[in-house]
Design a protein around this ligand. Structure first.
Ligand code: FAD
Length: 253
């Protein structure tokens, strides 16, 4: 997917210079940054794609030859929106997220992109299942919006895993879309941890229970996103259970 701009060089690797217009704090450690490009510039992207932010993070030992620190952030906004939105988790001792959490409205932010094949351009004629853990729901949001806007009758399921109820970011969006579109089912999944037996991933278990063990239908399409091993593990389990390779996409942060 190409980025369009009056000043796009032939190489295609264009650096965009956006301005941070506002910040929305979902939770103390999770916030959305809204970015505006200069007048006349637009980023053409497919729902689900990400940008690579170029962060001037000192000290420069994080990057070779003083190059900025590059960190990927999924676009939580839709291509039709006036502003770009990224939803950022603060990572303990993480230089990139700490830098982004230090920005105030008016700050400049450079990025390249869009990148990634974890995306949804046109919804396939199938039951679509979106599985997000924590802020991993961010790239799913524009994909779900795109699928709803394109119309259709097939069900759309969104399973959002979080530790606690109040950590279900974008809940209001999904609930209001589900109220307007009966084919959309949004379901929160609260994750538990039991120290004695290790983490139990309720989200993974629910997906396998509902879409593997309960029936033989293997025509669904999946998009799975989250931090750590879960997305890859669930993708592999679904493929091993008979879903086609291309039917299951996962993005691991
Ligand atoms: C394709 C892609 C899209 C991404 N989209 C987002 C996004 O929309 N929002 C976002 O917050 N991050 C996103 N990330 C992660 C992001 O690029 C950085 O890795 C993250 O911000 C940590 O960078 P750092 O420099 O602060 O910490 P680092 O010192 O680089 O820490 C890296 C460690 O943090 C873990 N980590 C990465 N992301 C998170 C997270 N969100 N919460 C907790 N631990 C994490 C990594 O698994 C790794 O162990 C994405 C990553 C990829 C590859």
């Amino acid at each position: 997917m190409a980025a369009t701009s009056a000043h796009e060089p032939a190489s295609g690797r264009r650096v965009y210079h956006a301005t941070l217009t506002r910040i929305h704090e979902h939770l103390p450690g999770t916030r959305s940054l809204f970015l505006r490009l200069p007048v006349g510039e637009r980023l053409a992207f497919t729902p689900g794609q990400f940008v690579s932010c170029e962060l001037p993070v000192p000290p420069r030992e994080h990057a070779a030859d003083g190059a900025p620190l590059a960190r990927a952030y999924s676009l939580a906004s839709s291509p039709e929106d006036d502003e770009l939105e990224i939803c950022v988790d603060r990572v303990v001792d993480g230089p990139g997220s700490a830098y982004l959490f230090g920005l105030e409205p008016g700050a400049a932010l450079a990025f390249t992109g869009p990148f990634g094949s974890f995306a949804l351009a046109e919804p396939p004629d199938a039951h679509l299942v979106f599985v997000g853990e924590g802020a991993g729901v961010a790239p799913l949001r524009p994909m779900v919006r795109r699928a709803l806007e394109r119309g259709g009758t097939r069900p759309i399921t969104v399973l959002h895993g979080a530790r606690y109820e109040h950590e279900l970011i974008y809940r209001r969006d999904f609930e209001s879309w589900a109220a307007r579109h009966p084919r959309l089912e949004w379901e929160p999944v609260l994750l538990t941890t039991e120290a004695e037996v290790g983490p139990i991933d309720a989200l993974e278990e629910l997906v396998l229970q509902r879409f593997v063990r309960r029936d033989a239908d293997r025509t669904r399409r999946f998009w799975i996103c989250g931090v750590g091993a879960m997305p890859g593990r669930l993708r592999d389990a679904l493929r091993a259970a008979g879903y086609e390779r291309k039917a299951v996409r996962a993005e691991q942060w």
